[in-house]
Design a protein around this ligand. Structure first.
Ligand code: F6P
Length: 245
């Protein structure tokens, strides 16, 4: 596990964007695993700038997003489809037919999860998976649990995640209660992983996840066992790890 220290959110975003663009430059047909939430927005902004300058080209890439709310159609302004188009896809040249997200409008969970796993497999697996981390250590929507999940599955969101995400909805009641998410095994099968984390509110979780025991109660802790993972964290997120670094 490599910990890359960043000064602040912008520095974190630039450092992580560097890793992603190097991946795409060296392997133009990369399969990228992408994430939503506030953590990766700065990365997408940076990648768009480099794309506009002609420094990086996504025309050969295939993408798979981690998760999507069950019950939201792609055009819903809080769906992760909408988020990804607004913050990244509309500004770069990933071919539309190679953009993949779980389909929140497909309410048959078993069918949708099987379809998504098969699509990832058919693409040859994920070369580089970008991750954020929730306040409770969740990755994708894999919430603290008794065991680590495997493939794509449907989850009930925890109260803390609903609370954290309500800022994007009119009220907490409007936050969907379920989501489709890649499983922890799907994430661990990615050949490289880059996790970005920013802010003091996640400092305690950073300490637990990356310096504590590997436990499904802190889903991100399993990344300690991956052979090629970079944690790009800003000073505030690392503020409770001073004695460990
Ligand atoms: O980056 P944020 O907004 O803190 O969210 C952290 C994590 O939570 C999620 O948004 C899901 O709640 C993930 O997609 C993300 O990685």
């Amino acid at each position: 596990m490599k910990i890359i220290r960043a000064k602040d959110y912008n520095d974190m975003s630039r450092k992580a964007a560097n890793i992603i663009s190097a991946q795409v430059i060296l392997k133009p047909d990369s399969v990228l695993g992408l994430a939503t939430g506030s953590s990766p927005i700065g990365i997408y902004e940076q990648l768009i700038k480099w794309y506009n300058k002609g420094d990086v080209d996504f025309g050969g890439c295939t993408t798979f997003n981690l998760d999507e709310y069950r019950g939201l159609t792609p055009d819903h302004d809080q769906s992760y489809h909408y988020f990804m188009h607004k913050n990244f896809f509309d500004a770069v040249n990933v071919p539309a037919e190679r953009i993949n997200l779980p389909d929140g409008a497909q309410l048959d969970a078993e069918r949708e999860c099987k379809r998504y796993d098969a699509a990832i497999k058919a693409a040859g697996g994920i070369d580089l998976q970008l991750l954020g981390m929730g306040l409770n250590g969740h990755i994708g929507f894999n919430e603290p649990d008794e065991y680590f999940s495997k493939g794509t599955h449907c989850v009930n969101l925890t109260e803390s995640t609903i609370e954290a995400n309500k800022r994007f909805f009119a009220s907490a009641d409007d936050v969907p209660r379920q989501a489709y998410t890649m499983g922890v095994q799907t994430i661990m099968l990615a050949r490289r992983i880059v996790l970005v984390v920013s802010g003091e509110n996640k400092a305690e979780t950073v300490r637990e996840a990356f310096f504590g025991p590997v436990t499904p109660q802190v889903p991100a802790s399993i990344l300690q066992l991956h052979t090629d993972v970079s944690i790009v964290a800003d000073e505030a997120a690392l503020s409770k790890c001073g004695d460990l670094l």
